[in-house]
Design a protein around this ligand. Sequence first.
Ligand code: TPP
Ligand code: MG
Length: 788
Amino acid sequence: MPAKILNTDELNRIDAYFRACNYLSVGQLYLLDNPLLKRPLQLSDVKSNVVGHWGTTPGQNFIYVHLNRVIKKYDLNMIYVSGPGHGGQAVVSNAYLEGTYSEVYPNITEDEDGLKKLFKQFSFPGGISSHVAPETPGSINEGGELGYSLSHAYGAVLDNPNLIAACVVGDGEAETGPLATSWHSNKFINPITDGAVLPILHLNGYKIANPTVLARISESELDAYFKGCGYHPYYVSGSDPKIMHEKMAQALDRAIKDIKKIWKNARNNDDTERPIWPMIILKSPKGWTGPKEIDGRVVEGSFRSHQVPILVNEENKKNIKLLESWLKSYKPEELFDKNGRLIPELRELAPIGDKRMSASKYANGGILLEELRLPDFKKYGVNVKKPGSTTAQDMMELGKYISDVVKLNEDKRNFRIFGPDEALSNRLNYVFDNTNRQFNGERIKTDEFLSSDGRVMDSFLSEHACEGWLEGYLLTGRHGFIHSYEAFARIIDSMVSQHAKWLKVTKQLPWRREISSLNIILTSHAWQQDHNGFTHQDPGFLNHIVTKKADTVRIYLPPDANCLISVFDHCIKSKNYINTIVASKHPRPQWLTMEQAIKHCSQGISIWDWASNDQNAEPDIVLAGCGDTPTLEILAATMILRSNFPELKIRVVNVVDLMRLQSSETHPHGLTDEEYDSIFTTDKPIIFGFHGYPSLIHQLTYKRKNQELHVHGYIEEGTITTPFDMRVQNKLDRFHLVIDALNYLPKLGNKGSNLNQWCKDKLVEHKEYIKEYGIDLEEIRNWKWKDK
Ligand SMILES: Cc1ncc(C[n+]2csc(CCOP(=O)(O)OP(=O)(O)O)c2C)c(N)n1
Ligand SMILES: [Mg+2]
């Protein structure tokens, strides 16, 4: 039996603090008034609609109190990540007891009146969410959608060598895909330059209405599982708080000593070998210390404690006594003075200043944010003498710029690149001139660019983990981006959605500082999947992201490399946005000089004068492109129309910033109606080539006057085929565009019929040719823009 860590006084005080947290947590759930139970509890003291979660809360209070002890004992920098954050009142209670809550929200004072307000606001209209949320001081993890705690925690400790992220993982949460994959994040941590994550599996046995898998496997299987994931589990198991406190203190002391030992060894001996990191498995009853049984049914230690264990309302008036005795079981009179303030002997248990997890600067990352040093992006411009005369790979060119961003910020260690095994596939090759992939699994000679230290986090095929790490990295005040195959960004739709919600709420909280934007590059996109087919074609991430708050989301579709570099430079500097950039990685004609690209991208949409022939005249038709492939085909279609009908006035428009199409009333980037009409006219036909699903363009423009809008885009046709055939199958190719344009040009009368026939013949010729040779027609492959 190891020597006791807690003497009786410490144990009693820790237990009292634990009771205070539990008291505040139950109070938040139920009470409108009478916060110190100074008079008998009445129905009118209780909220009419009690909504929230109890089950997870006491376990988290227990963990938090014990973390406070080790923070003080070892002078730690620690943050608390609550996986089962549906027990939001646990973190709020602790932030309140530490004093942070009243500092951030001065109306919630540390007295009886403040307690009353604290209780009332919880899960109440006009108040705060029942989950750990952006409003919760000390949080970087919204506790609503389960699964992201551990990857957030790992992202937070990257390049924060003195930070420990204590991460409570719900045993139900542990069953989600994103969480299950994130245990392996420990293979990417460098013990010298990164901090540590201390996972605490909250094995309370249940989720909403079912047992959890991890609670219903044998101890040996559980142990083997976590050892196989590279952890050393310490077990804390039981239900008697007095016994559990000593057990938890023992486990935490060992875990912290392990972390310190790992750090010391790594840092003194320059030893980056992957250590076995500690973790804690806390097996305690769900709804611990709550009602044992209600109406003959077991509540404590069962799934029935998940939400509101006792119904107290007109129909269940008698339960008021049960609630009162539950609250009194925590002995509030021993915990708070007569004014409602936590007694000083207990207050002493919490750390002070920004050592308090609720006041950690790491959890309000904007405080720590330092601007990146950025090279002059203009220097990375592709030389374009004439539109279309140069061929280049947009992502490859961007890689040169990013490689220098890496170099310039090497010392600061505040920029990282995240992606699921795709840095090379997505053509960020040049980045490896200046850095490596950070990977701390076994490395062998034949590996490429693997190192214990590197800015590229792409050695894990998990979109969830990469996105979670990036979010954790940004939320703690650093910079970066994720790049993904366009189709598989759908895997993180929901994570991005949650981050968008987080940003939306933080913008209303003056104390939450701005953080660097979440930048997402979608490449290897739908329009060219040489060795992949239909499965890799899905531009729907744009449809998803467009629904998010207008003040948060930005969508860019640069048509060439210079535009891509200009857009990226803009995005990487921005704050509090979600920027989605769709980029090409294949060799493509380059259209704009850097000077033109800057003008075009700054406006987000413009008339391409060099491709148009309607100067100082009303156009007969507008041909618009958005995305690299549609831009190419729109230009090719323009050339066909212009050479056949030189008298036709054609206006060529290009859209980089998709939100320019939306009304200025709904999106800050939206064009005013006057601006829109001056580009698109009020009545001339518009043939619009779009990268994504056509309906999205209709959705964005439905309020505009000119509804003569005919959009060609991705219509779920595809397979392994040639690049041009992808366009043909989806009717985005030049021939279909011309055929469509002829439909809407009545002024040509029957003059268009021959060209129409020629286009149809060309489509047959194309099909026959690719069937025979497996590549596109020579005239397609080597097509060049000519304006005469
Ligand atoms: C991704 C996701 N799926 C479903 C839910 C609904 N839900 C809320 S709490 C919960 C149970 C969570 O169990 P556990 O992680 O064990 O947390 P506990 O309350 O037991 O601490 C579920 C399924 C959710 N919030 N997120
Ligand atoms: Mg559980």
